[in-house]
Design a protein around this ligand. Structure first.
Ligand SMILES: [Zn+2]
Length: 331
């Protein structure tokens, strides 16, 4: 069963108090930044509603037949909709099917619980289809919409859901939680890189994330020093199976802008020294334009686009931005 993270405990208790008082909403909107455990909380909530013998605090027992089915992903009253991999929108058909199933009697005589992850990805017709279910809910149904971009949901959907904001915990609490889970890693650095989101920080320690980030940064720096070729680096970056190089580049540019503005609270704490050196002779307008270009590129990667040329354009512009630096270094 999913762990209730300490920073989500009050939200959990609020939900369970509503349940005790028979005052559950028909629809909830769990919103807040990525990496704070919204999906885990929704899963624990769904499991607790379906469990036949929940514990005193409301959590699922983990042993009853309902819990076993839940864990196996076969509980007929547990519905979940996630955006299909590679698709930017949730289309109407799966939503229609979900709503039809919510309209039926529950299989086990208790709740029917549906979760929609990435709910901001509902396209307009899917959202309108869902709206009908929100307007005329059937008994004992609980719908949980989950998103880190609530402003992208239709206002009519938002207004029919009870909002539950899940925020990143205060730094000290997050650090304490993280420090016991990341071994030799620097919890403060991880949290800074993750903008305070503990689960994102934890995920950074898995696999090769940090090693790749360092390799990409070295290439990025080599480009403005004239030691690497933009086309070759673009070939490397565009081969990554996600947008991580672009996301890091956006973070690095924002840190350069912060440094130029005299702020020292940058996210990439471990790169402070090379970043300070870079910030010295970068043109501020060029930096802002580059950042804008990276954000546009991030949006374009969701569309059919030639990644190689997208990355080339960016890195050629970045290389050009390093001209004053190269002049200084070679003077
Ligand atoms: Zn149970």
């Amino acid at each position: 069963m999913k762990e209730i993270y300490p920073w989500n405990l009050s939200a959990w208790q609020q939900l369970q108090a509503q349940r005790q008082a028979n005052r559950l909403a028909h629809a909830y909107l769990f919103h807040g930044p990525a990496g704070v455990g919204k999906q885990d909380l929704a899963e624990a909530f769904a499991a607790s509603l379906l469990c036949q013998q929940p514990a005193a605090d409301g959590s699922a027992c983990g042993h009853c037949s309902a819990c076993q089915q839940f864990e196996a992903g076969t509980h007929p009253d547990n519905l979940i909709l996630v955006p299909e991999p590679g698709k930017t929108q949730i289309q109407i058909d799966p939503v229609r099917e979900l709503c039809a199933r919510l309209g039926l009697k529950s299989h086990q005589g208790g709740f029917k619980v549906a979760r929609i992850e990435g709910a901001h990805r509902l396209n307009r017709s899917a959202a309108n289809s869902l709206l009908k279910t929100l307007e005329e809910p059937t008994d004992n149904t609980v719908l949980v919409l989950i998103t880190d971009q609530p402003s992208r949901l239709l206002a009519t959907i938002r207004s029919r859901c009870q909002g539950l904001r899940l925020a990143a915990p205060p730094a000290a609490g997050a650090r304490g939680w993280l420090a016991t889970r990341v071994g030799d890693h620097d919890a403060d650095l991880l949290l800074a890189l993750a903008n305070g989101a503990p689960l994102t920080a934890l995920a950074l320690t898995e696999g090769e994330h940090l090693a790749r980030r360092q390799a990409w940064f070295d290439q990025w720096q080599a480009l403005i020093d004239g030691r690497e070729d933009a086309v070759a680096v673009a070939a490397d970056w565009s081969g990554a199976d996600n947008n991580a190089p672009l996301e890091w580049m956006s973070q690095w540019l924002m840190d350069l802008i912060r440094l130029q503005q005299g702020e020292h609270a940058i996210r990439n704490l471990d790169l402070l020294e090379p970043m300070q050196d870079m910030a010295e002779d970068m043109d501020p307008v060029t930096l802002h334009n580059l950042l804008e270009q990276v954000w546009q590129a991030l949006q374009m990667t969701a569309t059919p686009v030639n990644r190689q040329s997208l990355f080339e354009d960016l890195l050629i512009a970045w290389t050009a931005a390093g001209r004053p630096r190269r002049r200084r270094k070679h003077a």
